[in-house]
Design a protein around this ligand. Structure first.
Ligand code: GLU
Length: 478
């Protein structure tokens, strides 16, 4: 299959990507998409797709928050290679790198107090200068600081020239080195900053490609400074290929908010009833495509995906399209599998065989699994059926009389199939000179307790003779 990816991965090393979510309590849809892209890219090149949990914020990074991410990825079918790396467990290595830079003169101790730095920024603000650390300890001798003064470790960044990234999505992006200040690598309490931790982990994990949200593009210029400073000190510090993927916007073009669908992957599954293959395909096509092709199997996605084909502009999230696509995937899905997904949504007393048998009828109309489960609930209701208000209002005296007639006629039907039942009731409606709807409506109310359901003859066939007649008789009057 010809694709742009035939031009290669942009590196001579075997491809290693990583997905590095922070456990914030949910796997945001936008993050899931970058996770998907990282995973696909590695699979395309037969490389490794690694997972790193950025759990340095101890307050938010609970086991529960981590499980939400792992569970979401698993549900989407993105299995990563090896065990996940936990960033919090690598603080010693992060500090080691900072000290190596310090020893090599590529970083320095900064003894500025927080008050001093605040004052510096206030002055910069007053003078309308950019707010940047001014390098006041860059060339000073540490012995000038009083014994025991706490210090941070700052990188000594390049001051002239520019730093260029040939981003696989954004194209060529350059920043003048003078715009990048000597940022902190180690805080005064000895803990690593995010900027240091990310880059040390990426290098130690052997990542060749950094695929992530374009909100991290600015960080890349800083992270490259660390990589290049370490290059002379340790082996393996090569520039990765960066691919900064644009964020997802709402369908009105505004930043994606909850209202637009900025939810966790678990909410798509549990609250919106989306199938994993729908979300996989939808996220894949959000900013990436292959001609007019609408649907991709996992294998096709792996074969065709290239990060370079991802659009530079933000993509728009369209909930309606997602739901339509979901309806399509529901109709394609295996009946027993759908029954397995729907059963817990319906309740405890679900006959899984009956639900599977009903699936061809149920799935033709549902756009999501919640709708499907709600539509299936009538099958498992206990008698006497609870009636919705609308259903109850259909069951007037006249309707109840019809029901008792129907009951008598149906008792005579020996072949309890959709076709035979349909033929029988049609004849009856004709005899009465009534439209079929006139009979079907109260019948539906009696059989399902609702005013909407699958076709009434399918309902009869699925419920079976005994249950159907019992439900009809419960509402009929003699
Ligand atoms: N943990 C970061 C986030 O969730 C990602 C960092 C990265 O990909 O470099 O936004």
């Amino acid at each position: 299959m010809a694709s742009k990816s035939d031009i290669g991965s942009g590196t001579t090393r075997p491809v290693v990507t990583r997905f590095a979510p922070s456990p914030t309590g949910f796997l945001h849809i936008g993050n899931a998409r970058t996770g998907l892209f990282s995973w696909l890219y590695a699979r395309h090149f037969g490389g490794k797709a690694l997972l790193r949990i950025e759990d340095t914020d101890k307050q938010r990074s609970t086991q529960e928050a981590i499980d939400v991410i792992l569970d979401g990825l698993d549900w989407l079918g993105l299995e990563f290679d090896g065990e996940p790396v936990f960033q919090s467990q690598r603080a010693d290595r992060h500090a080691e790198v900072a000290y190596k830079l310090l020893e090599a003169g590529r970083a320095y101790k900064c003894f500025s107090t927080p008050e001093e730095l605040t004052e510096m920024r206030e002055q910069q603000r007053a003078n309308k200068q950019p707010l940047r650390y001014d390098g006041r300890w860059r060339d000073r001798d540490p012995s000038e600081a009083p014994e025991g003064t706490p210090f941070t470790v700052r990188i000594k960044t390049e001051t002239t020239g520019e730093i260029v990234i040939e981003d696989a999505v954004q194209g060529r992006v350059a920043v003048k080195n003078e715009e990048i200040d000597d940022f902190i690598l180690l805080r005064a309490d000895g803990t690593p900053t995010y900027m240091l931790a990310v880059v040390v982990d990426d290098v130690d994990m052997g990542c060749t490609h950094i695929i992530r949200g374009d909100d991290h593009l600015n960080n890349a210029f800083r992270q490259l400074q660390v990589i290049r400073a370490m290059r002379g000190i340790e082996d393996g510090w090569e520039d990765p290929v960066y691919a900064h993927v644009p964020l997802i916007h709402g369908n009105d073009g505004a930043k994606l908010s909850k209202r637009h669908g900025a939810l966790g992957v678990d909410a798509y599954r549990d609250e919106l009833g989306i199938l994993p293959e729908t979300l996989f395909n939808y996220l894949l096509r959000l900013g990436w495509g292959h001609g007019d092709k609408e649907e991709f199997t996992r294998e096709e996605a792996i074969a065709l995906f290239d990060i370079r084909d991802v659009n530079k502009g933000p993509s728009r999230f369209d909930m309606k399209k997602l739901l339509n696509m979901n309806g399509h995937y529901i109709r394609e899905a295996d009946d027993a599998r759908l029954a397995g997904i729907a059963a817990p949504m319906i309740g405890p007393d679900v006959d899984i065989d009956l639900l599977t048998k009903a699936m061809p009828v149920l799935k033709t109309r549902a756009r999501d699994m919640i709708e499907l489960a709600t539509g299936a609930a009538f099958l498992f209701k206990q008698r006497p059926l609870e009636m919705s208000e609308n259903a109850a209002s259909l069951l007037n005296d006249e309707a109840r009389k019809h029901l008792s007639q129907i009951s008598a006629r149906l008792r005579a039907v020996s072949d309890w199939t959709t076709e035979a039942l349909e033929a029988n009731l049609k004849t009856y409606a004709e005899e009465l000179g009534l439209g079929l709807g006139k009979l079907a409506q109260p019948l539906r109310a009696a059989l399902t307790g609702q005013t909407t359901s699958p076709g009434i003859f399918d309902v009869l066939a699925l419920l079976g003779r005994e249950e159907s007649l019992a439900r009809i008789d419960a509402q009929a009057s003699g």
